[in-house]
Design a protein around this ligand. Structure first.
Ligand code: DGT
Ligand code: CA
Ligand code: CA
Length: 588
């Protein structure tokens, strides 16, 4: 049992209680506790052992007992009973985007719909539209939501897949028979979501079965789909499928290149090889045209020996193409001409922006966010709590602004001596008419303002684009937050003309955020090349609501790499004094 797992179960209890129609205060107590435990800096085990759990704000006797039971026995009877008391289909239903526990309760009570299939049928024959509080529009939305849910099924957020993969990689590498070991596929290319994880190990032929055996017995494996001499496929905890292939060490670079993909990139490389009289596959190079009638690389070995992927690219007169770029989006042409960018690296990040605190919906104080930033070796931290329209997030009222800025300034003076600058910023809502949530006079007091759309998602593309473009024209707007509002695998982006938004940012000198929260990764990597051509700068921001969220910065760097960005394109790579000048530039 770990903190994250405890938090997940508490969260689920909150949802189950909500489904049962329990008292909203009780429901909220569980959701709050989940958040608290998830973001806890202290060691949960120690708090349980010493009985200090009760001292945490919001943890009463009942919650403390439940957390203790979970921690000590790895399960919780209350949770099990609660789950058993509800049809499992009802729990599945609330994964439908826009369909919460309240609605699930109604369709269950009124229509006896206790599964997604029954709900779908009720939509199709118009029974949902008849229900009080539903109507034609919501019936249509539910059908779309079900379709979306099915489309998303089987894919996973990048950080979940990465966490699962790293544990497995380590265990495979520990095996004495493993020579080289990597993960490939979409995970290695740093796609924003991952279907399955593809592992590759090189070993002597005789050792392959032992490696397969190790793989299927790993603690994270919950079921085995297939198990052969050199390949296997399993399902990991969390429902992620993972494939393993064992190859010879000579084949390893070819297999790694092939299974890293993308498929489109592979095809383009293969075409390039053919133009050079070579056939390229996962086993090696062979003479073109002889694949079928004579033996190919599988049996005879590669006609050009390559020890690494670099060697393979070189054999085709290409610069090395980093995995993130292998999407057949111009990378092969650029590699041929020596024009690939020198991609940003994690180590280049010097600071970050768009962080929340207990002033609004963050879990930690500005002070503890600063300590964590400093421990990470950052030189600056840009706070940006919510603006007043975000009442659910306790957005700052006008009269709270002086206090918020004063505290930030005070901590800045303190931490500056320790090498960390703190910038006072605000995440200001873009209202439906495109104006901002505060007067210019208030906005002028901040070191930077990051403008964001948080509601009114359903407007048409033209209206939404005009709304955002209007906000960008305000000279106090330094950055644009999460430009499409998408939540990966859960909520589609709102309709917006990104090309027009990027052009407006270019015109006004607005920096675009690459929100590194693993559910967002927004702006999408596919747009960065264009933004860069238009001279727009990027800020990689964690949208942190607690110190653990700083971890996502590394994913943000991966997505920036995927968007062809270099350290010169990303303002967080600048030292503190230079970045301060950049934040001030627009208002001058
Ligand atoms: P995913 O798992 O859906 O997130 O995406 P990938 O890219 O990991 O795809 P996956 O797991 O189906 O296959 C891994 C790699 O294997 C893929 O990126 C490229 C290669 N591959 C798979 N099928 C083909 C194919 O039909 N032709 C070629 N050239 N390569 C393929
Ligand atoms: Ca894959
Ligand atoms: Ca696969």
């Amino acid at each position: 049992m770990d903190k994250a797992k405890v938090a997940e179960i508490l969260e689920e209890i909150g949802t189950l209680l909500d489904l049962k129609g329990e008292n909203p205060f009780k429901v909220r107590a569980y959701h709050n506790a989940a958040r608290l435990i998830g973001g806890l800096q202290q060691d949960l085990g120690a708090l349980v052992e010493t009985g200090q759990l009760r001292e945490l704000k919001g943890i009463g006797e009942a919650l403390s007992e439940k957390i203790t039971e979970l921690w000590k026995t790895d399960r919780l009877k209350y949770h099990d009973d609660l789950k058993a008391s509800l049809p499992s289909g009802l729990v599945e239903m609330i994964a439908i985007p826009g369909f919460g526990p309240k609605r699930a309760q109604v369709v269950h009570k009124k229509l006896k719909a206790d599964s997604i299939e029954k709900l779908e049928a009720a939509c199709k024959d118009g029974r949902i539209a008849q229900l009080e509080g539903f109507g034609e529009k919501s019936q249509e939305n539910i059908l779309q939501g079900i379709e979306q849910l099915r489309r998303f099924a089987g894919r996973h957020h990048y950080h979940k897949a990465l966490a699962a993969a790293l544990g497995i990689l380590e265990s495979l590498r520990e095996h004495p028979a493993a020579i080289r070991c990597e993960y490939a596929g979409s995970l290695r290319r740093c796609r924003e979501t991952v279907g399955d994880v593809d592992f590759l190990v090189s070993a002597k032929e005789k050792d392959a079965p032992a490696l397969i055996e190790r793989f299927v017995r790993l603690p994270g494996v919950i079921s085995i789909n297939a198990k052969g001499e050199t390949k296997s496929s399993v399902v990991l905890d969390g429902g992620i499928q993972a494939d393993l292939r064992v190859v010879s060490d000579a084949q390893f670079p070819f297999a790694l290149a092939y299974f890293t993909g993308s498929k489109e990139h592979n095809i383009a490389l293969r075409v390039r090889a053919l133009a050079r009289g070579l056939s390229l596959n996962e086993y090696g190079f062979s003479k073109a045209g002889k694949d079928k009638d004579e033996k190919g690389a599988r049996d005879t070995g590669s006609v050009i020996q390559c020890r690494t992927e670099e060697d393979i690219h070189e054999a085709m007169e290409l610069d090395y193409i980093p995995p993130e770029l292998r999407e057949e989006m111009g990378e092969i042409e650029a590699a041929e001409k020596g024009k690939l960018p020198k991609l940003i690296e994690k180590e280049n990040l010097r600071g970050t922006f768009h962080c929340h605190s207990t002033w609004t919906d963050g879990a930690e104080t500005i002070g503890s966010m600063a300590v964590a930033a400093q421990e990470l070796g950052l030189d600056y931290l840009g706070m940006a709590d919510h603006s007043k329209s975000e009442f659910q997030a306790r957005g700052l009222k006008d009269d709270q602004i002086p206090g918020y800025i004063a505290e930030t300034r005070k901590l800045d003076r303190k931490f500056r001596k320790l090498g960390l600058r703190i910038f006072a910023g605000i995440e200001v809502d873009i209202l439906e008419n495109g104006s901002l949530d505060y007067s210019d006079k208030i906005l002028a007091q901040f070191d930077y303002c990051i403008a964001a759309v948080h509601r009114g998602f359903t407007m048409d593309e033209m209206t939404m684009t005009a709304r955002i473009v209007k906000a960008l024209a305000n000279p106090h707007v330094t950055m644009l937050a999460h430009p499409t509002g998408r939540l990966l695998l859960s909520r589609e982006a709102y309709a917006v003309d990104m090309r027009a938004v990027i052009e407006a940012c270019a015109k006004h000198g607005v920096i675009i955020e690459l929100n590194s929260h693993p559910w967002r990764l927004d702006m999408d990597w596919r747009w960065w090349k264009f933004a860069k051509e238009r001279g727009v700068k990027c800020a990689i921001n964690p949208d942190a609501h607690g110190t653990p969220d700083f971890q996502s910065l590394a994913i943000g760097v991966g997505i920036a790499r995927k968007g062809w960005l270099t350290r010169d394109d990303v303002i967080n790579c600048l030292p503190a004094d230079k970045v301060e000048a950049v934040l001030k530039a627009r208002r001058k």
